[in-house]
Design a protein around this ligand. Structure first.
Ligand SMILES: [Zn+2]
Length: 278
């Protein structure tokens, strides 16, 4: 994403304790989480219509304001969530963006219990969506490049797993794409039944290739993007994560090794989420 601050502390899935500015709901010492959505204006058309994820003046943690690669961070109390006990700090952190937005993607795709759902691309967000789909008795079809991602999907109990150009053996009701690739969106579309939905969980997409409207979109198929999240998404997902005991796979790095962590993510040398601990 283009830099909009000359200097910035990154980090958009913060787990910390309240040390100052306590409120009745967030007393000093409470363990809390802060996500990508760091604030909204509250009075634009979108905020007034229950779509704060689309706010015209959003604050993004670790992007428009400083984030969590730090000893202390200043955040808005109304965008700070108490965290469920039972999940330790390192395992709860990846839930705060990858988890919440993966969950929102399922909502945007309109997933109903028992449906056949495709996950195209398989990183942190997709792996956190699988247990939710399983709890809804959905069949999960995973298409992903990378042997380690396919192994990871297998260990989480996906119904079927294919490589980049494989087509699931059945027509899908819903699909979520997690790769920043328009080609993947077209593959997902090609796997849908009539009336099915593809939700694109990606801030960037290289380009949408030309595709055959009659074959791929006709029949009331839909393509939707997934943008940010609402606070309700966060609260709903954190409750489900607690109930299902969702535990992401992680690798921890000390704060001093933040650059090593970023490189590991870039080079895909770690299987799970990289978490920075101070
Ligand atoms: Zn707004």
């Amino acid at each position: 994403m283009p830099a909009i601050q000359p200097r910035l502390i990154p980090g958009h899935q913060i787990v910390a304790e309240v040390v100052d500015g306590a409120t009745a709901e967030l007393p000093v010492g409470m363990r809390v989480g802060v996500s990508w959505m760091g604030g909204v204006d509250g009075d634009c058309w979108y905020c007034r219509h229950g779509m704060e994820n689309l706010c015209d003046k959003p604050v993004f943690t670790g992007y428009t304001v400083n984030g969590g690669y730090a000893e202390y961070a200043v955040v808005r109390s109304d965008f700070t969530f108490p965290l469920p006990l039972g999940l330790d700090d390192e395992h709860v952190a990846p839930l705060l963006c990858a988890g919440i937005i993966g969950f929102r993607s399922l909502r945007v795709a309109g997933v109903e219990p028992g449906e056949r759902v495709g996950l195209f691309g398989f990183g942190s967000s997709a792996s956190l969506a699988i247990p939710i789909l399983q709890s809804w008795k959905c069949e999960v079809y995973v298409v992903t490049r990378g042997e380690s991602h396919r192994k990871s999907a297998a260990s989480l109990g996906a119904t079927w797993i294919g490589q980049e150009d494989d087509k699931p053996p059945v027509d899908l009701d819903r699909a979520v794409t997690f790769a920043p690739s328009g080609k993947v969106v077209v593959s997902a579309l090609a796997s849908l039944r009539k009336g099915g939905v593809v939700a694109i969980n990606a801030i960037h997409l290289d380009q949408m290739p030309r595709f055959d409207y009659g074959k791929l979109l006709w029949g009331e198929r839909q393509i939707r993007s997934v943008a940010n999240m609402t606070r309700q998404d966060a609260r709903d997902f954190l409750k489900i994560a607690k109930d299902l005991n969702i535990r992401p796979r992680i690798t921890s790095f000390p704060l001093e090794d933040a650059n090593k962590a970023l490189l590991a993510v870039k080079q895909e040398t770690e299987d799970g989420s990289a978490v920075i601990v101070h």
